[in-house]
Ligand binder design. Structure first.
Ligand code: HEM
Ligand code: CU
Length: 656
């Protein structure tokens, strides 16, 4: 009996590596600390009522934000471990297997569990406020999306200490990811972690499309909608077309592994190339899904901090929509070298280059907006300005990669690694950080400290170039990606050392940012106006932090940048006060079902990961029970009385 338990434990828990024992200990300690604090300060009920069951888009946004910052930390530690290993030749503090696991979890976490939730954080924090809405179209579904994401991410991260991490690369190509070459639960963790959170992402896509199309304040025609909301629309359209492909692809891969099917096997009629095509039909749009909202953020920030209307509004909208469409026709550029006909290759080479055109249009629009503007270099603007050259270089190297014959040289080299980090960090991360700095006061009621933030900014920025510029050269020098160590004879030592120094500079930048948040919670400049940046769009017309119902009175929109127009009219004395009549506000009720249902999904995933069908069955029964319960719940909304609205507004310094 004891032997059996020992046997089981030694395969169930990941053992043998001091790093992992360290993680085990810190996970257990932090759990104990959390339980202790919650109990000591009697916060369990508060946690349940205010957070775990909330359907308020702002709170959901904040939870996404916290989760994504934690994941940025985890993915960042992975990155630093890899860079540490590569700093010098012949270092083997990570074994080859462990290195494989680390680049796999780094890539997967950064894209699916860092970039995606940070993007959803911004969607949730901003879109309803910008549209003049009281919440998203389906608040319950929104909470469900969040919890599906969260439990999927937890499942994926659990592989670090239980069962073993996936190690077949961030896209898990077969045949490597098949049972034959990756037995053990790692690949299953990958499949189910992504699968569960992916369902949440798809639902978020639907939710925000409906919100944008149906919930805009009266008078806000699509042609007057702020550009960030447009970018969200573009991104969500891509989500609803791309994510089902991912779901199906992973489901088929799972059938191969679990049920011995032959969709992507080398024999039995299967074809691994099919997987590559499918996964990139999702994967390429995916990178645009995460970058287009960053374009929206930059558009808002450039206009606000140049004190000018955005240049070329219509062309911006067209550019984002064209990107959404073209992004579905470029996927094969990820495997030019795998041998197809010249005509297929030329099609994908040209379509890839075509994406550069709308993107270029946008860059010029931002520059023209800044031209002769009165620019103020606050944190959001700094990140925006840093983004432009960074993204332009990343885009240019992307076009270099799109030149198919030349790609035979660059393919899977460090040139590629440098390229995609340049667009992902310079575009996505810089963009989201800019957005977080920009909208932070609206959510939290105070600004983030400028001085600490600027330290963080410079460390990130200089660190970025120090880290990734040498990698372009390393690519030309023949260093391929996913290399776990190399010898002195290669001549790669100097460049790699420089690159590692840069990576650690970015790490220091991140520490400054965490410090900045901690410092600003206490000492940050309070925002009493609700409009700390002299903004242009509706979210700046309400107090900060935004009250739970957002708008005491639903705004009537007349112009593009309506809030700016209102302020101008007030300054000119042409503003006509509209008598604001308070009415009871219709709001959704909190619900525990999303949280509970996502936990059942977790059971499903965990059960399938270890092949314990009984557990998956219990999970499915729970999922259906939750759906059942929800279907017969009729008491899902309530009205906030006028008196309460008046009181809340008064406590925020507004008279209505
Ligand atoms: C913070 C600075 C970062 C550093 C220092 C860094 C470093 C690295 C390193 C060393 C690799 C492995 C390269 C190889 O051996 O082939 C890698 C791979 C990767 N990184 Fe990063 N990274 C960073 C941030 C990011 C971000 C923000 C994202 C996405 C949003 C990202 C996405 C990826 C992906 C998708 C891979 C490929 C994984 C694979 O080969 O399967 N990284 N990164
Ligand atoms: Cu691509």
């Amino acid at each position: 009996m004891w032997e059996n338990i020992k046997d089981f434990a030694s395969t169930f828990f990941v053992t043998g590596d001091p790093l992992i024992y360290g993680a085990d200990v810190s996970i257990v300690l932090s759990m104990i600390a959390i339980v202790f604090v919650l109990t000591k300060y009697k916060k369990w009920v508060w946690l349940w009522r205010e957070w775990l069951t909330t359907v308020d888009h702002k709170r959901i946004g904040i939870m996404y934000l916290i989760a994504s910052l934690l994941m940025l930390f985890r993915g960042g530690v992975d990155a630093l471990l890899m860079r540490l290993q590569l700093a010098f030749p012949n270092v083997e503090f990570l074994h080859s297997d462990h290195y494989n696991a680390i680049f796999t979890t780094h890539g997967t976490i950064m894209i699916l569990f860092m970039a995606m939730p940070m993007m959803f954080a911004l969607f949730n924090m901003v879109v309803p406020l910008q549209l003049g809405a009281r919440d998203v179209a389906y608040p319950f579904l929104n909470a469900l999306s969040f919890w599906l994401f969260m439990l999927g991410a937890m499942l994926f991260n659990l592989s670090f200490v239980i069962g073993g991490s996936p190690d077949a690369g961030w896209l898990s190509y077969p045949p490597l990811s098949q049972n034959e070459f990756s037995p053990g639960p790692g690949q299953n963790f990958y499949i189910w972690g992504i699968q569960i959170s992916g369902i949440g992402s798809l639902a978020t896509g639907i939710n925000f499309i409906v919100t944008i199309l149906k919930m805009r304040a009266p008078g806000m025609k699509l042609s007057k909608m702020p550009l960030f909301s447009w970018s969200v629309l573009s991104s969500c359209i891509m989500i609803i077309f791309a994510f089902p492909i991912l779901t199906v692809t992973l489901a088929l891969l799972f059938l191969d592994r679990f049920a011995g099917a032959h969709f992507f096997t080398m024999d039995g009629g299967g074809n691994p190339m099919m997987y590559l095509n499918l996964i990139w039909m999702w994967g390429h749009p995916e990178v645009y899904i995460v970058v287009v909202p960053a374009f929206g953020i930059f558009s808002e920030i450039v206009a606000t901090f140049s004190r000018k209307k955005i240049f070329g509004y219509k062309s911006m909208v067209w550019a984002m929509m064209i990107i959404a469409v073209v992004s579905f026709f470029t996927w094969a550029h990820h495997f030019f070298t795998m041998g197809t006909s010249a005509s297929v290759i030329s099609f994908f080479a040209i379509s890839t280059m075509v994406v550069g055109i709308p993107t270029g249009v946008k860059v010029f629009n931002w520059l023209f907006t800044m031209y002769r503007g009165r620019i103020s270099f606050k944190q959001p603007m700094l990140w925006t300005i840093a983004f432009i050259p960074c993204f332009v270089i990343g885009g240019a190297t992307g076009v270099m990669l799109a030149v198919a014959p030349a790609d035979y040289q660059y393919h899977n080299s460090y040139f590629l690694v440098a390229h995609f980090h340049q667009v992902l960090i310079g575009g996505v991360v810089f963009g989201y950080l800019a957005g977080i700095y920009y909208w932070w006061p609206k959510l939290f009621g105070f600004k983030l400290d400028e001085k600490l933030g600027k330290w963080g900014f410079w460390f990130w920025n200089i660190g970025f170039y120090v880290c990734f510029m040498p990698q372009y050269a390393l690519g030309f020098m023949g260093m391929t990606r996913r290399y776990y160590t190399y010898g002195w004879d290669r001549g790669w030592a100097d460049m790699n050392l420089v690159s590692t120094v840069g990576a650690f500079m970015m790490g220091i930048g991140f520490i400054f940012q965490v410090w900045q948040i901690a410092y600003s919670i206490k000492n940050g400049e309070r925002d009493t106006t609700g409009d700390p940046w002299n903004g242009r769009t509706l979210e700046w017309s309400i107090p900060s932090p935004a009250p739970f119902y957002n708008f005491a009175v639903v705004p009537q929109v007349k112009e593009m940048d309506d809030w700016w127009a209102t302020k101008e009219a007030k300054a000119n004395g042409t503003y006509k006060e509209q008598p604001a009549k308070l009415e009871p506000i219709h709001m959704p009720k909190n619900s525990g079902i999303p949280f509970i249902m996502a936990n059942f999904w977790f059971l499903v995933g965990f059960g399938f990961t270890f092949g314990w069908v009984w557990m998956a069955v219990i999970g499915f029964i729970g999922v259906f029970a939750c759906m059942w319960a929800r279907s017969f719940q009729y008491d899902t909304d309530y009205y906030v009385p006028v008196e309460e609205v008046r009181r809340t507004e008064a406590s925020l310094g507004r008279v209505v």
